[in-house]
Design a protein around this ligand. Structure first.
Ligand code: ACO
Length: 444
């Protein structure tokens, strides 16, 4: 283990003094109750099947705690989000993405020496293997950058076979820094490939965010110097996306990691899970929705009416959340930043006006109020990404860069668990009862 990088705390603040009673067919069973450090209560059903023969059924896991985790706390009713105990609002105001990444991965804010050491590791690993650059040639120009990112992440693992099972802390720190650093090199290279421009090498003299922007927007004959406002805006967005406890992609990373798959394979799977429109692909879908409204000139109230009509199969993208039932604190922070960033950059984006009007209409409509649907992290993030100059199909990739430290922290937590077990849910089978094989000539 490199000097000073701590192991994240695990299994803190758990007490199990209470029990819950479950009665099935007149027989009662006592189940342990687990209480988290923020007084969240969970009924431990891990022995339920052996005690009763029953399992729990929770389609889409809305009421299932899949693990105990010390990374991120969310109170969806109160709109609270904290990374390792620190409120998202404080981190947004005072920190930067690399420091937040360190906090998530190692459990504590770094001191000066630890941060310098982590930054130098990120710099050391910013290049991708030269042969890996040839892999980009295999993708058609139309390939979605999320497909490229996931494939390249897996391919990257092949170049560091010694890091495939980073059981040792030294290997883990190295693998974590490699992935955090190279993900932006791959992301920028996939963009350059898609527009037919030469890929830009990273610049070791630049910090994390400006280096990414350089690889995205510099050309061999025209260097790009991002303004401090653009760097600050991107830092903010990456912090907002850095972790969100057991969401779909993080649960995927934990699930894949639980089979003892390596970190590269696990985060490659996480990227695929994030890509969908209901998750990290929503930021792309929101801007496409706003552009569609702008181009068609459709009346916003009639668009909202369509969204409410179940037969239309249209959702108000960037609205609603499985956990937040009051407001999403990330959305508030990003919305606040939108006006500031656009003003600083001298940009007037009509999509921001459309988004604000849509929000106003939705939040005064009983459909959204009754269902507790509020703007989520993706509703306003695309406006800032557009202002920075990021193309729309790269939006989910920006989410993936931001979410990388969270995925790494969760993969680590799975591997550090005192009782590591493969994730393996059960099911209630509703298919055909037992039947016998029918020879072809007897089939209808
Ligand atoms: N627009 C219109 N109606 C909605 C929306 C929406 N965006 N979201 C939920 N609803 C409705 C559902 O139709 C359902 O109505 P019903 O009770 O009449 O059947 C009710 O609200 C509950 O919705 P569920 O789909 O059960 O909520 P769930 O927790 O499963 O889904 C999700 C959460 C996927 C975020 C959903 O709200 C959605 O599709 N939002 C749009 C996509 C989006 O913005 N995703 C990004 C989420 S944040 C993130 O992952 C980074």
């Amino acid at each position: 283990m490199r000097d000073g990088h701590r192991r994240p705390p695990t299994d803190k603040g758990i007490s199990m003094n209470k029990t819950a009673t479950l009665t099935i067919d007149g027989k009662s069973y006592e189940l342990p109750v687990v209480i988290g450090t923020e007084n969240e209560v969970g009924i431990d059903i891990s022995q339920l099947r052996s005690m009763t023969g029953c399992i729990t059924l929770d389609d889409s896991y809305a009421n299932t705690g899949s693990c105990q985790s010390a990374v991120t706390f969310i109170d969806g009713e109160k709109g609270i989000l904290r990374y390792r105990g620190y409120p998202i609002e404080e981190l947004a105001e005072k920190s930067n993405f690399v420091e937040v990444a360190y906090l998530l991965i190692f459990g504590e804010l770094p001191n000066t020496k630890q941060l310098a050491e982590f930054r130098s590791l990120l710099m050391e690993h910013e290049f991708i293997h030269e042969d890996l650059r040839n892999h980009f040639e295999g993708f058609p120009p139309s390939a979605h950058p999320m497909a490229i990112l996931s494939a390249m992440m897996n391919a990257m693992g092949c170049y560091q076979p010694d890091l495939l099972q980073p059981a040792e802390d030294t290997h883990f720190v190295d693998a974590a820094a490699r992935i955090m650093s190279k993900v932006r090199t791959i992301a920028a290279a996939s963009y350059k490939k898609s527009i037919g421009y030469p890929m830009m090498y990273p610049r070791p003299d630049l910090p994390y965010v400006p280096n990414f922007l350089h690889m995205m927007f510099s050309k061999p004959n025209a260097p790009y110097e991002p303004s401090p406002e653009v760097v600050a805006a991107l830092n903010l967005l990456l912090i907002m996306h850095a972790d969100h406890e057991q969401n779909c992609s993080t649960s995927t990373v934990r699930m894949v990691g639980s089979s003892l798959a390596n970190l590269y394979a696990s985060v490659a799977a996480g990227i695929c899970a994030l890509w969908g429109r209901l998750h990290g692909g929503a930021n792309q879908a929101v801007v496409q929705m706003l552009l569609g409204i702008q181009q068609s000139g459709e009346d916003l109230k009639s668009y909202v009416a369509k969204v409410k009509d179940k037969k239309s199969n249209i959702r108000l993208m960037g609205f609603g959340h499985r956990v937040y039932k009051n407001f999403d604190p990330r959305s508030r922070i990003i919305k606040g930043a939108c006006d500031k960033v656009l003003a600083q950059l001298g940009i007037r984006d009509p999509l921001l006006d459309i988004a604000k009007q849509l929000e106003e209409i939705a939040l005064s409509d009983p459909y959204f109020l009754e269902r507790k649907l509020y703007p989520n992290v993706d509703f306003y993030s695309g406006i800032i990404l557009r202002a920075i100059g990021i193309p729309v199909d790269m939006f989910p990739v920006m989410f993936a860069i931001g979410r990388m430290p969270g995925w790494i922290a969760h993969w680590r937590e799975v591997h550090l668990s005192p009782n590591p077990r493969i994730y393996r849910p059960r099911q209630i089978y509703i298919g055909s009862p037992m039947r016998h094989y029918t020879p072809m000539e007897q089939r209808q």
